[in-house]
Design a protein around this ligand. Structure first.
Ligand code: ADP
Ligand code: ASP
Ligand code: MG
Length: 408
């Protein structure tokens, strides 16, 4: 007998037939003698619709974030009630739990709150007595007792956090693909399913754009050593295990390629080349809560001015431009060039620590396809480049082949 957490994403609970299908899967685990908690997303498309309703009332930066959360958290209430009911129809005792009922306590950063603690005492007692806990993903309760949400894709984090809090033996993430692939299988048909991936690589893949798992869920799994498995709710096949490096016998140099379209580039032309300028630019951006990612500064030719390029998320672009334009005189730049037609493509692999030439292969491959690299950034186990958005698919496919990742 084991204690397990099963999480089903939006497509898996997309309509009532699919919810009945989920109920049958859950029942199998119950029949096998396991204590089961289930974490659900809203039906696919519902959260987007709720976000759109909010936008129709107020522009995103004018919205009361607490009310935004009150609205967008509702999708999950529907699916948990329906699944609890579907389980009861199959003769399986079950009840639904909203975040505040558990309670799942978070900080007060509405829209992207972090889980701080989960009290599972009552839930575990009921699970031990044979009742399935059906928990709303994506939501918590803040310090002021208001409903919070955990950021888009946050149900993954709810599931891993719950698994950690109740000391579950495994956390299975059921989704619309049957595992973690070498790259997004919807874009590269030759993408290959990985049997296992390290926490570290999964963390990079997720934070660089592979939305199969929310980044925070991987951080949480790594910290609490939760055994996470990603698998399909539609086909019965083994999925991908996210685990420690020493559990993986055959290590690949490059394990995956990720991309993120949520990038925008800003170039400041002819910024004064003197001490304090970078601080004067990035300070006000940080105060305006603009997250800056890649940064390049050219060597100045005349010793007086230089060009500075950096990236922000698409949603932050307008705000960043406003902040900088307002300080044009003070910063002394000549022009500001915004560009949201960019994508960040990243190659990830723990093998990079010990092997040279991996970056060169990326640059060579893109050069052969005449794809211009606009910005480069690297860390110990990844290389990212910024390129024009129209080359996303071409870049992903060619890099996938160049690193020998194509499925046979
Ligand atoms: P869910 O609603 O179940 O949470 P998501 O849409 O959030 O599902 O995540 C699953 C999607 O992630 C897949 O449909 C796939 O297109 C995308 N994806 C991106 N990169 C990868 C990858 N490397 N491996 C698997 N899926 C990926
Ligand atoms: N329903 C939420 C979203 O669409 C949370 C999730 O699906 O993980 O972002
Ligand atoms: Mg998701």
């Amino acid at each position: 007998m084991a204690r397990i957490v099963l999480k089903f994403g939006g497509t898996s609970v997309g309509d009532t037939d699919r919810i009945k299908n989920v109920a049958r899967r859950v029942k199998k685990e119950v029949d096998a003698g396991n204590e089961v908690a289930v974490v659900l997303s809203a039906m696919s498309g519902v959260t987007n619709q709720l976000v759109e309703f909010c936008r129709q009332i107020a522009a995103p930066h004018d919205q009361d974030a607490r009310e935004y959360d009150a609205v967008v958290a509702t999708g999950e209430q529907v699916t948990i009630g329906l699944l609890a009911m579907a389980l009861q129809e199959l003769g399986v005792p079950a009840r639904s739990w909203m975040g505040w009922q558990v309670p799942i306590r978070s900080d007060g950063v509405h829209g992207k709150a972090r889980i701080e603690s989960i009290d599972t005492t009552e839930m575990v007692a009921r699970m031990k007595a044979g009742q399935v806990a059906v928990v709303a993903g994506f939501q918590g309760i803040g310090p002021d007792n208001r409903v919070t949400t955990l950021g888009r894709g946050g149900s993954d984090t709810s599931a891993v956090a719950l698994a950690a809090a109740m000391g579950a033996d495994r956390c299975d993430i059921y989704t619309d693909v049957d595992g973690v692939y070498t790259t997004d299988p919807r874009i590269v048909a030759k993408a290959r399913k990985l049997d296992k991936i390290t926490y570290e690589e999964m963390l990079e893949l997720a934070s660089l754009g592979a939305k199969v798992l929310q980044t925070r869920s991987v951080e949480m799994a790594m910290k609490h050593r939760v055994r996470v498995q990603v698998l399909s709710s539609f086909v019965d096949a083994p999925g991908t295990l996210v685990c420690d490096e020493d559990e993986i016998v055959e290590k690949e140099l490059v394990s995956g390629i990720a991309y993120s379209r949520d990038e925008a580039k800003i170039t400041l032309v002819k910024v004064a080349d003197r001490p304090g300028v970078a601080a004067a630019i990035f300070g006000p951006l940080a105060e305006a809560a603009v997250n800056v990612d890649m940064i390049v500064q050219n060597v100045s030719e005349d010793g007086k001015s230089t060009d500075l390029t950096f990236t922000v998320t698409k949603g932050d672009l307008d705000r960043a431009v406003k902040v900088l334009e307002a300080r044009k005189e003070q910063l002394g730049f000549e022009r500001l060039l915004p560009d949201s037609n960019v994508v960040k493509v990243s190659v990830i692999g723990v093998g990079m620590r010990s092997h040279a030439g991996i970056a060169q292969r990326m640059f060579q491959t893109l050069a052969e396809k005449s794809i211009n690299i606009q910005v480069i950034s690297t860390s110990e186990i990844k290389i990212s480049v910024l390129i024009a958005e129209e080359y996303t698919e071409l870049a992903l496919r060619s890099l996938h082949s160049a690193y020998g990742l194509d499925a046979a």
